[in-house]
Ligand binder design. Structure first.
Ligand code: HEC
Length: 109
């Protein structure tokens, strides 16, 4: 019985750790879809905006990657699209955990 309990706790802990290490792709994509991000972005194809994989590569190993992307996706900075300056779209969520998950998912690609 004691062994079983230990196993159960061990498994629960591993699940929790895995959840922390790997962002939730479904949730991230749902937020991106809702925010119309896929209009200009794809995971590995160039559209009006860079593919998310390219962004992940650009920020790989940079300590401020999460901060930079969070800012980009919540403060609508000006970007150039077809030679015209436009406000970049912000994520349609105010939930800090959801935003963090999206940023971590993009960086994990
Ligand atoms: C109207 C087209 C358009 C839409 C919609 C759009 N983006 Fe972008 N995005 C761009 C362009 C263009 C750039 C390149 C900006 C630059 O490099 O100056 C960009 C850049 C980015 C980058 C790279 C930022 C960096 O620092 O390298 C990320 C990540 C990103 N967008 C995510 C998103 C997300 C998430 C959404 C939805 C909330 C979104 N984009 C919606 C056009 C768009």
């Amino acid at each position: 019985m004691k062994l079983l309990t230990t196993l159960a706790i061990g498994c629960g802990l591993m699940t929790a750790l895995a959840a922390q290490a790997a962002p939730d792709a479904d949730s991230a994509q749902a937020v991106l879809k809702k925010s119309d991000c896929f209009k200009c972005h794809a995971v590995d194809k160039k559209k009006d905006g860079p593919p998310f994989k390219e962004t992940a590569k650009k920020y790989k190993g940079k300590a401020d990657a999460e901060d930079k992307l969070t800012k980009h996706l919540t403060t609508s900075p000006m970007v150039e699209i077809d030679g015209k300056k436009e406000e970049h779209r912000a994520l349609k969520t105010k939930d800090a955990a959801e935003i963090k998950n999206v940023v971590q998912w993009i960086l994990s690609l």
